[in-house]
Write a protein that binds this ligand. Structure first.
Ligand code: SF4
Length: 293
């Protein structure tokens, strides 16, 4: 893909590493979370369909065997349904082996579409959406300006999954700092349990210069949790999660101190035991200098 077609950095979920990354918007339509710097310097805009189609045609000439596509940037689900349908139809006719299209989606994007619209997108292979719950605790969500309540996020995920779109839910450890750690864990577990997502992952907060949260930290208004406290928070969260499943759970993101993974509810005890080993022997945790986004 020609580099000039992308503005800023391109972010995609780890599981989309092998996907064709197609930029259909620039930036994030919300762009307000206090911990996020990703699109801070990118003004949100929709890319013209003619440009998107050019990228698809170019990619199809290079590799017509593409099976997976990820629509960038931060919340491409915010596009009007008609626009998404136009893109999905173009992808389907250009890649005969296309299996699935993924997208980042926030609660407002998903709740802004009717069940019928979501079902239409699902029928056109948009079958996975990645949503940052971050926390199920409304006090934390308000503090970090997530732009949605836990209840709205639960409703959004339930609506998407009922329409045939699998949702991958992301929780952000450390976001409530020490004071709200227990509430963050249990409220996030409660929200996730109601969502019953197909995929679930936990990342660990990394404070990034340039973000409002970093400034709060510098003013002494926010405390970074130590690795053991973060791991304890993960343990509380996992212990409290009660999903029907099957739900693939991973903490293999580079920001985490301990990578674990398994299917919920089946592998819960095994994963809790792995966390306990990390709590008992911190030498097995990822060192700070090896953490990354
Ligand atoms: S919704 Fe996602 S991409 Fe947008 S500001 Fe929040 S964390 Fe960043």
């Amino acid at each position: 893909m020609p580099k000039e077609n992308h503005q800023g950095i391109v972010i995609r979920p780890p599981s989309e590493a092998g996907s064709f990354l197609l930029q259909v918007t620039n930036g994030c339509s919300h762009n307000g979370c206090t911990f996020c710097v990703t699109y801070k310097f990118v003004k949100f805009s929709k890319r013209p369909f003619a440009k998107v189609r050019e990228d698809i045609e170019l990619a199809a000439r290079w590799n017509p065997r593409v099976r997976r596509v990820f629509l960038c940037d931060g919340d491409a689900m915010c596009l009007p349904t008609d626009d998404l349908v136009e893109i999905l139809d173009c992808l389907d006719s250009s890649f005969p082996r296309l299996e699935r299209v993924g997208v980042y989606a926030n609660a407002r994007d998903l709740l802004g579409k009717s069940p019928e619209e979501l079902a239409l997108l699902s029928s056109k292979k948009l079958t996975i959406a990645y949503t940052g719950l971050e926390s199920g605790n409304d006090e934390i969500l308000e503090k970090v300006r997530k732009g949605a309540t836990a209840e709205q996020m639960v409703q959004a995920v339930v609506r998407a999954q009922a329409a045939g779109i699998d949702v991958s839910v992301i929780v952000l450890l450390g976001l409530g700092s020490n004071a709200l750690s227990r509430a963050h864990a249990s409220d996030s577990a409660a929200a996730v349990s109601r969502m019953n997502p197909r995929y679930l992952s936990a990342l660990t907060l990394m404070l990034l210069p340039g973000t409002p949260l970093y400034n709060q930290y510098q003013r002494g208004e926010f405390e970074i949790m130590n690795p053991v406290s973060v791991l304890q928070e993960l343990r509380w969260f996992l212990q409290d999660v009660d999903v029907e499943g099957p739900c693939v759970f991973r903490t293999n993101h580079a920001s985490n101190y301990l990578p674990i993974g398994g299917d919920l509810p089946r592998d819960k005890e095994r994963m809790l035991a792995a966390i306990d080993r990390g709590l008992a022997d911190t030498s097995i945790l990822r060192p700070e200098h090896r953490r990354a986004l």
